[in-house]
Design a protein around this ligand. Structure first.
Ligand SMILES: Nc1nc2c(ncn2[C@@H]2O[C@H](COP(=O)(O)OP(=O)(O)OP(=O)(O)O)[C@@H](O)[C@H]2O)c(=O)[nH]1
Ligand SMILES: [Mg+2]
Length: 339
């Protein structure tokens, strides 16, 4: 009797366990159905984190307290930029145009600082006025130097534009989520530098869409070929066979400026478009990427949604993201309709 009782309770237990498992599976399905995972991929410096900052801005923004935290990063970035420029000038043996500025140049030596002090600020002002220094600054640095007075006031709170201009390579994986159209969009931002890419595999599961961000303005560096090759790998990676792929060709503003003085044909002799013409340059670069979307066996192109973008321009990102959101939702619903 006891044995029968035992086996009876075991069957009941099994039924209960099965019921529980089914219930958990259903809940899992619901969670999966209501969540949409999107990876931001691309080589370093292409604009992934900038795009994500824009999404954060659009869906809630940055509180004053959060913005305040960036002040230290910006001060450190300015100090780092000064150190880089000074060491570059030393290596190239190009001293300051005004010999009196040598003393100021020696103040920047990659040491760690929390905040620029009065001596640093005075030195930066002197060096900014030096002819030899003027030719050595890069884009994001120019932005911060131009705004130096505002950035170095005692009660400085970074503006959203300041935050967008920070050039701080991502290390690790960051997630940012928000809700729209009854779906939780989960964005994953990864570091694009080579040493960071081996971490990408940790977020490859259940991906609905990949937004591959490439910089248009690095055509005069090897980095463009590296980015095209990486896109090729991503498009043909078996893990992503079912994902929607979206290609953002970023930094349209920088390309438009650069193309005036740096000839695309020097770096890509096969370019036959009009010189100093941003439109033709953009079409050429777009084709470099699109050619990689061809399936090698069938010669049929993979459907890639491609858009030009300027990630530091909020209006542009809002417009574009609305289109992209619809594409991602459509793909997501198609994927999970059968669950
Ligand atoms: N002019 C211009 N600068 C941009 C644009 N998008 C991004 N940037 C700048 O490019 C730099 C790098 O941008 P990030 O978003 O940090 O690049 P990332 O792809 O996240 O780089 P990693 O984290 O190293 O992979 C920052 O200084 C940005 O302000 C753009 O459309 N135009
Ligand atoms: Mg980043």
């Amino acid at each position: 009797m006891d044995r029968m009782g035992d086996s009876f309770s075991t069957v009941e237990e099994h039924i209960a366990i099965n019921k529980k498992i089914n219930q958990l599976l259903k809940e899992d399905k619901k969670v999966i159905q209501s969540q949409c995972k999107i990876l931001l991929l691309g080589t370093g410096d292409s604009g992934k984190s900038t795009f994500l900052k824009q999404l954060r801005m659009i869906h809630g923004g940055f509180s004053e307290e959060q913005r305040r935290l960036y002040a230290k990063v910006i001060h450190q970035e300015i100090f780092k930029a000064m150190s880089r420029i000074m060491s570059g000038m030393r290596v190239e043996n190009s001293p300051c145009a005004n010999p009196k500025n040598k003393i100021y140049s020696q103040m920047f030596n990659y040491q760690h600082i929390d905040k620029l002090n009065e001596k640093h600020i005075r030195a930066i002002h002197h060096l900014l006025a030096d002819e030899a220094f003027k030719h050595c600054t890069e884009d994001s640095e120019k932005y911060f130097f131009k705004n130096l007075d505002r950035i170095t006031t005692e009660d400085y709170i970074p503006s959203f534009q300041d935050i967008l201009h920070i050039q701080s390579p991502t290390t690790g994986i960051f997630e940012y989520s928000f809700e729209a159209q009854n779906i939780t969009f989960r964005f994953f931002d990864v570091g694009g530098k080579k040493s960071e890419r081996r971490k990408w595999i940790h977020c490859f599961e259940n991906v609905s869409a990949i937004i591959y961000i490439a910089s248009l303005s690095e055509y005069d560096e090897n980095r463009m070929r590296e980015s095209v090759a990486l896109f090729d790998t991503v498009v043909h990676f078996p893990f992503f066979a079912e994902c929607k792929i979206i290609l953002f060709l970023n930094k349209t503003d920088k390309l438009t400026e650069k193309i005036q003085s740096s000839d695309l044909k020097t770096y890509f002799p096969e370019f036959e478009g009009r010189r100093q013409n941003a439109q033709d340059a953009m079409l050429f670069i777009r084709k470099l990427y699109q050619d990689k979307a061809l399936c090698q066996e069938t010669n049929i192109p993979r459907n890639v949604f491609c858009q030009y973008i300027c990630a530091i321009n909020t209006t542009n990102v809002i417009e574009l993201f609305n289109d992209v959101k619809d594409i991602i939702c459509e793909q997501h619903l198609k994927e999970y309709k059968t669950l």
